[in-house]
Design a protein around this ligand. Structure first.
Ligand code: GLU
Length: 369
């Protein structure tokens, strides 16, 4: 497996790898070595996103909180203190490699609620296009028990889906998945490729092997389900060594959960299958031709819009003959969309009075029927 073959890759780093359990300070030499690897990937053209834990681990030490389980309030306070230290570590380590860190803190709702999801996604892709490395964590200070991810494995998988990453690497304290707990069962076999997450695989993850890693093997398999369904191949590899990404490239042990389609295909499958359209946009013959040639839908080609919808909803795209030709995610709320029907891109800014998106439906968000 070559991590440099990914175009956009999310690397998830757990607290145990990043924070020294004895003294509660960041393991800077390890982090610097990981940033070497990240810089190497970036140098080969991959876009890298980091999902990093460690806020609570760093904060609890700074606040001198007792060992053992923390209450939610204590964890949130620790996260508030520790997140600053965590960002500082990443900023410095990435800067030493000529890379700029950008912090994004997300809650479960940000990855579930469509409007927030789209905003976070747009910011992330802008940052990536500017060559930044988004460093993401859960926004622990505002997340209550019900709205928490609680583990960054699943958060990382959501982020991978949101960013349309084709690769997700979970750096763990174990080098991958075994059929049973290798420490207690000598017949345990290492699984290097998982083509499909079957009930057997889930059962293995729910069993003894889960004790070996922080988030547990179960959350990793849950993450794999989310990632592979959005067209992202997921790897579990050991982060206990220096240069863990380079090690994978050099043939080191890891478990690969294969995605069977690309992120774009997965997204398009979702658009067609997801839900019934919230509205209908009727377009002229010129726009029909443009769409058939792979172009985005611009407001200029629209002759009418019906329906009460929000930005991010699925719309049916119809020709004036009444035939549906495509489905797509709309970039505007209904009210705004109505105002720009038939308008040229140059007129839109003065109508809406704010920076705007040129496309009513972007071609990546559209499926021809
Ligand atoms: N968000 C938490 C932190 O940064 C950790 C969650 C996890 O490790 O899965 O401390």
């Amino acid at each position: 497996m070559n991590p440099a073959s990914f175009k956009r890759v999310v690397i998830k780093v757990g607290s145990a790898l990043l924070v020294d359990q004895q003294n509660g300070i960041p393991k800077t030499p390890w982090l610097n070595a990981l940033c070497d690897d990240i810089a190497e990937l970036a140098g080969k053209g991959a876009q890298v996103i980091v999902v990093s834990s460690g806020a609570i681990a760093l904060g609890r030490h700074l606040l001198k909180l007792p060992k053992g389980a923390l209450t939610l309030d204590q964890s949130q306070a620790a996260a508030a203190v520790g997140q600053i230290a965590l960002s500082a570590s990443w900023t410095t380590a990435l800067m030493n490699h000529g890379l700029r860190a950008a912090q994004i803190l997300l809650t479960f709702g940000d990855t579930e609620e469509r409007r927030r999801y789209l905003n976070a996604r747009a910011t992330m892709s802008t940052l990536l296009s500017m060559g930044c490395v988004p460093v993401i964590n859960e926004n622990d200070t505002v997340a209550t028990t019900e709205i928490r991810y609680g583990d960054n494995d699943r958060l990382a998988a959501r982020v991978a889906g949101m960013a349309e990453a084709d690769g997700l690497i979970l750096l763990s304290d174990i080098e991958g998945m075994y059929t049973a707990n290798p420490q207690t069962d000598s017949s345990a076999e290492f699984l290097s490729v998982i083509e499909k997450i079957t009930p057997e695989i889930e059962a293995m993850a729910g069993g003894a092997a889960s004790e070996l890693s922080r988030g547990g093997m179960k959350t990793k398999v849950d993450a794999a389900k989310i990632a592979t369904a959005s067209g992202c191949t997921m790897l579990i590899a050991s982060g206990k060594i220096k240069h863990p990404i380079r090690a994978i490239e050099e043939g080191g042990k890891c478990t690969v959960f294969k995605a069977h389609e690309t992120p774009l295909q997965a997204r398009k499958t979702w658009i067609v299958g997801a839900m019934s359209p919230a509205g209908v946009v009727t377009i002229d013959a010129g726009a029909v031709r443009a769409l058939q040639n792979g172009k985005s839908l611009l407001p200029a080609g629209v002759v009418g819009i019906e329906g009460v919808f929000q930005k991010g909803d699925v719309l049916a795209i119809r020709g004036t003959d009444g035939c549906d030709i495509a489905r797509g995610l709309v970039a505007y709320d209904a009210e705004e969309a109505q105002k720009i029907v038939g308008k040229k891109s140059a007129e839109i800014e003065s109508i809406l009075g704010e920076p705007f998106r040129e496309e009513l439906v972007h071609r990546d968000d559209m499926v021809m029927l």
